[in-house]
Design a protein around this ligand. Structure first.
Ligand code: ADP
Ligand code: CDP
Length: 214
């Protein structure tokens, strides 16, 4: 069952590949407009993490569905979920169509809050909120994205190399783009925002410009 979104609500959808900067932009946009923000990648990371914690394989359909069905948004351990191994596990459970079905309603209900909401992920503009007022597809070259994620993970004390991070990003992008259900693809009516040569402030200004032109 899909949630009813008021016609005057400002729903903003940001999608894009790993470490393109969509989460950073989504947070800043939500702050600017006083809207709630949902990082939908965290949901898939939490499912992957839950399966791993029970000693399971993220490719195990039954185990992933069971964890997804019991997901508690209030109990997400964000710091842990942002670790490199969780990104890979997330991408594997995210390729299971039944897991996506279980998480669909939760995301739509979040988007249906009275004033609107900002959601970031892979399929927000295409599947979760096809009627979003603004859709932005955030990209950057794989090398620049890997550099950003490498700095982030190294800053958290994770023992990673740039080469490992780049390989992880390319593997996840390929899996996310080629899966049959809700693949990573820009919605036909999304605005493309390439952040390769933009710092966070410049990317934020470009996003505000897109939103202002809606
Ligand atoms: N335009 C940018 N320039 C430089 N670093 C950025 C930019 N946007 C985001 N970052 C940094 O890159 C990393 C990944 O950004 P994040 O917003 O988490 O990406 P995503 O949500 O697309 O995976 C974070 O450490 C963030 O601070
Ligand atoms: N709406 C979404 C969000 C994330 N995901 C999956 O979850 C994984 C982790 O998403 P994320 O947004 O936390 O990853 P990063 O872009 O931050 O690296 C992605 O690689 C996707 O496989 C998805 O399928 N659909």
């Amino acid at each position: 069952m899909s949630a009813y979104v008021r016609p005057d609500a400002l729903v903003i959808a940001l999608d894009g590949p790993a470490a393109s900067g969509k989460g950073t932009l989504a947070k800043k946009i939500a702050g600017q407009f006083g809207l709630p923000h949902l990082d939908t990648g965290l949901l898939y990371r939490a499912v992957g993490c839950g399966v791993l914690d029970h000693g399971g394989d993220p490719g195990n359909v039954a185990a992933a569905i069971e964890v997804a069905a019991k997901l508690d948004l209030a109990a997400l351990d964000e710091a842990r979920l942002r670790g490199a191994t969780m990104g890979e596990a997330a991408s594997r459970v995210a390729a299971i169509p039944e897991v996506r079905v279980v998480l669909l309603d939760l995301q739509r209900r979040f988007a249906a809050q009275p004033g609107g909401a900002v959601l970031d992920g892979r399929d927000i503009g295409t599947v979760i909120c096809p009627d979003a007022k603004v859709k932005i597809f955030v990209t950057a070259t794989p090398e620049v994205r890997a550099e950003r994620r490498f700095k982030e993970l190294a800053g958290r004390g994770e023992a990673v190399t740039f080469e490992d991070v780049l390989a992880d990003i390319e593997r996840r992008d390929a899996r996310d783009s080629s899966r049959t259900t809700a693949p990573l693809v820009a919605a036909a009516d999304a605005h493309l925002l390439d952040t390769t040569t933009l710092d966070i402030d410049a990317a934020f200004r470009a996003a505000l410009d897109i939103i202002g032109r809606r």
